[in-house]
Design a protein around this ligand. Structure first.
Ligand code: TXA
Ligand code: MG
Length: 335
């Protein structure tokens, strides 16, 4: 299949492809999504095939107007309304009991559906000109999510009908996922809206175990995506947990061909191995913005082992930590 590269002014063409049951990668403020008509099970099934995604991993449905949620869910409780009013359009996904209109392919057999209203204008225009869109991140299953059109083409060229080039994504990590289908709201994936912001808006929010820890054998994932290997480049990523000085010392003592450091900007001068800087230690927004392209960059440069400076877990740091620890397959060395 030939993959068209469309400009921002070719959204009508992209909408036509969607209406005909095809696949279009679109920019969002978080990462690029691989979109199909959310109400057409056959079109949605093509997403799984193109990504190599396990069929038991449900998709997020993207809307361009809050009122569209009423046809997608059975209940729209007060707390969900508060979150929608406060954080939509933006990087927050809300899980609610699904309506019958949702094909099984989208919900992967669950009784719930994940809904998100992206703030990216191109995504909004594409939804408005077609319909609600099911869209996972537009990468091959298991690789880092794409934050520009080139990343999408690297993974998906020949596998999808088109990509709309909307430049670089601002946030850089995927949306925050919260479920309101449980008694107490539960954070399933940290992202651009922090748990502190969610608690301020609706009170108690539990952080699911799988956000920071690997699933224990036999444990059921609240969010099926969390049980799969994720965000992993080909390079072997190892997270180093300890003081800033011990990070520098540990990495320098392992200086060799193929070794690199995923580090903070302020580490560069003291490190004796090639550096992939992701921003200042306390600039979580910049770290989120650069993380996935840095992981892809490590592969482009052919590094074999990359030691990562351990991020902190307050605010948006939690989102960065959650992605790096998965990219590292939970391999953490205390130094
Ligand atoms: O920012 C984002 O959310 C991006 C852009 C494209 O919108 N999308 C994205 O989709 O990251 P995806 O499929 O890569 O990640 C969705 C996550 C998966 O971990 C999936 O298991 C979980 O959300 N999820 C989706 N529906 C769910 C449901 N009904 N219950 C629990 N988890 C769900
Ligand atoms: Mg993904």
């Amino acid at each position: 299949m030939k993959t068209l590269v469309l400009g921002e002014n070719e959204i009508d063409k992209a909408a036509e492809i969607i209406k005909n049951g095809g696949l279009v990668a679109m920019p969002t403020e978080t990462v690029y999504g691989l979109a199909a008509n959310a109400l057409d099970g056959k079109a949605v099934a093509k997403i799984f095939k193109a990504k190599g995604r396990p069929m038991d991993n449900p998709l997020i449905v993207h809307i361009s107007d809050i009122s569209q949620i009423y046809m997608l869910v059975r209940e729209f409780p007060e707390k969900a309304k508060i979150l929608a009013e406060k954080f939509w359009a933006g990087p927050l996904t809300i899980i609610l009991p699904k309506s019958d209109i949702i094909p099984d392919e989208v919900s992967a057999g669950l009784d719930t559906v994940a809904v998100r209203f992206p703030s990216n204008k191109i995504a909004q225009a594409l939804i408005s000109k077609s319909m609600p869109l099911a869209a996972p991140s537009a990468n091959l299953s298991g690789s880092p999510s794409p934050t520009n059109a080139r990343h999408v083409l690297d993974d998906m060229k020949g596998r999808i009908n088109a990509v709309i080039d909307g430049g670089e994504c601002e946030v850089g990590v995927e949306s925050t996922v919260i479920t309101l289908a449980t008694d107490i709201p539960r954070l399933l994936r940290p992202g651009g809206i922090t748990v502190e912001q969610l608690r301020e808006a609706i009170g108690e929010v539990v952080i699911d175990d799988a956000v920071l820890n690997p699933l224990k054998s036999g444990q059921k994932a609240a969010s099926p995506g969390m049980k799969y290997k994720h965000y992993a480049p080909k390079a072997h990523i190892i997270l180093l947990e300890g003081s800033d000085d011990s990070f520098i010392e540990y990495v320098n003592s392992r200086k060799a061909n193929g070794i690199a450091a995923l580090c903070y900007d302020e580490d560069i001068d003291r490190l004796e191995v090639p550096c992939i800087p992701i921003g200042h230690a306390d600039d979580y927004e910049m770290q989120s913005h650069k993380l996935f392209s840095s992981l892809r960059n490590a592969d482009e440069q052919g590094f074999l082992t990359v030691y990562a400076h351990c991020p902190k877990t307050d605010g948006m740091g939690l989102a960065v930590y959650n992605r790096i620890i998965r990219a590292a397959g939970f391999e953490v060395i205390e130094i």
